[in-house]
Design a protein around this ligand. Structure first.
Ligand code: IRO
Length: 313
C-alpha cells in the first residue's frame, strides 16, 4: 500500500498537495471547492488588514509555458478569512489549514499577524514576504534588513506555527545570506517560492503587453518556474535547520513535478498556475501520477525519497 502522508512540524496531512496562495482561495466558494478536492490541505489568499480590490484588469494572462499576473493583492480582508477558518476548524478538526497574511508596510505586516495571534486560529500561518505586484513596493525578502526587522518584531508576540513565503533567489550567496537569517528564528516552515517577479510578455498580434498594471510587468508562474523552484527547495534544504520544513511551489503540472520537488526536500507541494487553468480536479490526477512514479521506483512512502536527489560525482 502506498502512503502519501506527510507532516509539517506536529501537523499531519493525508497527502502533500495544496493550492498556492492566490489560486482558488479568494472566497468561500473557491475555498469550499479546495476543501472538497483531493488535496491534502489548503491556504487562504494572502490577507491584508482591510479588504483590497487589487490592480486594474487585465491582470492575469495564460502563457504557453505558464502565466503572468499582477493581481495586486486583491483580497476580502483578514476578518473574512478568519471567519472562514473558524468555521472550517469546527467542521474539520483534524485537517489543519493554512492562512496567508501580508502587509504593504511594516506596521501592516505586524497588525495582520496580531489579528491571527489574537484569534482562535489553530492552523499554520504563512507571512508573504514576496508579493511582486504592489506598485511602488519592493518584495520584502529581497531586503535582508527589512526581513530581519519584520521577523524580529513578529517573534516578540507570535507564538503560533509560522512560516514565510519567499521570492525566488538566484545566487548561492543569496541562499547563504537568507538561510542564515531564517535559521535564527523558530520558523515552522518556509514556502519557496512565489512567482518569478516582474517578468514581461508581449502579445505578438498587437505588440502590446499582456497585462495592464505596472506597464505589463508581472509575476511568472507555471512551467517557466520549475527549475528555479527545484533549485530554491534544494538550496534551502541544504542550508536550513532540519526543524524548518519546506513547502515547494513552482511549475507543478504532473505527478513527476511533485516527486521532483520532494526529491529536492519538500515536505508539501503547492500548485498555482496549473490549478488555475485546470481546476481542483487536478489534485486527483497529480496524486495518481505521483503514486505511479513511486510504484515504478519501488517507494511506499514520501520519506523514502524526500531529499534523496542524486548528484554526479
Ligand atoms: O498580485 C498578487 O496578488 C500576487 C501576490 I500577493 C503574490 O504573492 N504573488 C503573486 O504572484 N501575485
Amino acid at each position: 500500500m502506498l502512503n502519501l502522508q506527510t507532516q509539517l512540524g506536529n501537523f499531519q496531512f493525508a497527502n502533500p498537495l495544496m493550492n498556492a496562495s492566490g489560486v482558488h482561495c479568494m472566497d468561500k466558494t473557491e475555498l469550499d471547492e479546495m476543501v472538497a478536492s483531493a488535496s491534502g490541505s489548503l491556504v487562504t489568499k494572502s490577507a491584508t488588514v482591510k479588504p483590497r480590490p487589487g490592480n486594474p484588469e487585465p491582470r492575469y494572462a495564460d502563457l504557453t509555458l505558464g502565466s503572468i499576473n499582477s493581481m495586486g493583492l486583491p483580497n476580502l480582508g483578514i476578518d473574512y478569512y478568519l471567519d472562514y477558518v473558524q468555521q472550517y476548524q469546527q467542521e474539520h478538526p483534524n485537517q489543519p489549514i493554512f492562512m496567508s497574511i501580508v502587509g504593504t508596510t511594516f506596521e501592516d505586516n505586524i497588525a495582520v499577524a496580531r489579528r491571527i495571534q489574537e484569534s482562535d486560529f489553530n492552523g499554520l500561518a504563512e507571512i508573504n514576504l514576496s508579493c511582486p505586484n504592489v506598485p511602488g513596493e519592493p518584495q520584502t525578502a529581497y531586503d535582508p534588513d527589512q526581513t530581519v526587522k519584520i521577523l524580529d518584531e513578529l517573534f516578540t508576540f507570535f507564538t503560533k506555527p509560522l512560516g514565510v513565503k519567499l521570492p525566488p533567489f538566484f545566487d548561492l550567496a543569496q541562499f547563504d545570506q537568507m538561510a542564515a537569517i531564517l535559521n535564527r528564528y523558530p520558523l515552522a516552515f518556509i514556502n519557496t517560492m512565489n512567482s518569478l517577479g516582474n517578468g514581461l510578455m508581449i502579445d505578438p498580434a498587437t505588440d502590446t503587453v499582456m497585462i495592464k498594471p505596472k506597464g505589463g510587468f508581472g509575476g511568472i508562474g507555471g512551467a517557466f518556474a520549475k527549475p528555479i523552484a527545484l533549485a530554491n527547495v534544494r538550496a534551502f534544504r541544504q542550508r536550513l535547520r532540519p526543524e524548518i520544513a519546506i513547502i515547494g511551489t513552482g511549475g507543478v503540472q504532473t505527478g513527476r513535478d511533485v516527486y521532483d520537488l520532494i526529491l529536492c526536500g519538500a515536505n508539501m507541494v503547492q500548485v498555482g498556475t496549473a490549478l488555475h487553468q485546470q481546476g481542483t480536479g487536478i489534485f486527483d490526477r497529480l496524486l495518481s501520477e505521483l503514486s505511479g512514479v513511486m510504484q515504478t521506483k519501488g517507494y511506499s512512502s514520501l520519506a523514502e525519497f524526500r531529499g534523496q536527489l542524486k548528484t554526479i560525482e
